[in-house]
Design a protein around this ligand. Structure first.
Ligand code: IPM
Ligand code: MN
Length: 354
């Protein structure tokens, strides 16, 4: 038996996680996975109910689970709450609380979706990369000051710091990832300006020495942003810090056309967490039209990395690809000539093909 904690969160989170659980149940039936689910609150909805975006009880349940499936958090409704209690604090608190130091964001442009890319089809075709983002350090978790007076003016500041062990463990994981793929690793930093980046670059070089089968290249983050737009197919594995990884992974995500398609895995020392990379989309919440495929593919990653059920993971991924090939499209992807499906319909089509 494997216990999965499901955290729907806010906005479309409820719809997309429900959909992913349905697909997991289809996989369970076929591959006898013996999965159990437990639902918990986090985000703005938890703030409304309990006065905190991450109730202690939720974090404890995650720690005791085999894996966590997370929807999305946030919404304009909570724009004015105390920064320490914003919905986003739920995901940041889970990352810290579960020690989720590595975020894997694969971007693979499905053949059927090449034409959805904002890039020319010849540039989008064949893109198959993974961004490995450091997730519990850097400027996201450094000391900060919301407001203070300095030389007669109000100012705020956020501190970035990285230690050698923090960089070592993420680069190691990136090397392991590259080893199982095409063996090409790009480490992204801003070493021409930042001290943290120079430490990052030195450390990455040392770690990579232990992986002769992996070829390491360094790239400045501004150049990497440009390369992702002009030749994304050159990348295999990209490893970078928390803030750069946040920005680059959104950029890489749109190469595939819809941000609704992309899964992610946050790997830690104990329970790992899986979530789509898009947000809570409050504008379409409750309408039943959200694209659940990013969450469904996250559930596939959950089976692969946390439960080592490779066959079931592949079956889900293949089912998603098949449904796309057969012309099914959710509202975010629909065009004349295709079959339009709402959340429930696309979920059913995918479940049937698992
Ligand atoms: C992401 C999100 C989060 C982040 C937000 C919601 C705090 O943008 O997972 O990329 O910045 O890490
Ligand atoms: Mn982000």
């Amino acid at each position: 038996m494997a216990k999965i904690v499901v955290i729907p969160g806010d906005g479309i989170g409820e719809e997309i996680t429900r959909s992913a659980v349905e697909v997991l149940k289809a996989a369970d039936k076929k591959y006898s996975l013996n999965l159990e689910y437990e639902f918990h609150d986090a985000g703005g909805t938890a703030y409304d109910k309990f006065g905190t975006p991450l109730p202690e009880e939720t974090l404890e349940a995650c720690k005791a689970a085999d894996a966590v499936l997370f929807g999305a958090v946030g919404g304009d409704k909570w724009d004015n709450v105390d920064p320490a209690l914003r919905p986003e604090k739920a995901i940041l608190g889970l990352r810290k609380g579960l020690g989720l130091y590595a975020n894997l964001r694969p971007v693979k442009v499905a053949e059927a979706l090449v034409e959805y890319s904002p890039l020319k089809p010849e540039l989008a075709k064949g893109v198959d990369l993974v961004i490995v983002r450091e997730l519990v350090g850097g400027i996201y978790f450094g000391e900060r000051c919301e407001s203070e007076m300095h030389e007669g003016a109000e100012r705020a500041w956020d501190l970035e710091n990285y230690s050698v062990p923090e960089v070592e463990r993420i680069v190691k994981l990136a090397c392991e990832t590259a080893k199982l793929r095409r063996g090409k690793l790009t480490s992204v930093d801003k070493a021409n300006v930042l001290a943290t980046s120079r430490l990052w670059r030195r450390t990455a070089a040392k770690v990579a020495e232990g992986y002769p089968e992996v070829e390491l290249k360094n790239l400045y983050v501004d150049n990497c942003a440009m390369q992702l737009a002009i030749n994304p197919a050159q990348f295999d594995v990209i490893v970078t810090g928390n803030l750069f990884g946040d920005i680059l992974s959104d950029e890489a995500a749109v190469v595939g056309g819809s941000i609704g398609m992309l899964p992610s895995a946050s790997i830690g020392t104990s329970t790992s967490l899986y979530e789509p990379i898009h947000g809570s989309a409050p504008d379409i919440a409750g309408k039943g039209i959200a694209n659940p495929m990013g969450t469904i593919l996250s559930a596939a990653m959950l089976l692969r990395y946390s439960l080592h059920e490779e066959e079931a993971a592949k079956a889900i991924e293949a089912a998603v690809e098949k449904v796309l090939e057969e012309g099914w499209r959710t509202a975010d992807l629909w065009k004349e000539g295709f079959k339009k499906a709402n959340t429930e319909e696309i979920t059913r089509e995918i479940s049937q093909r698992v």
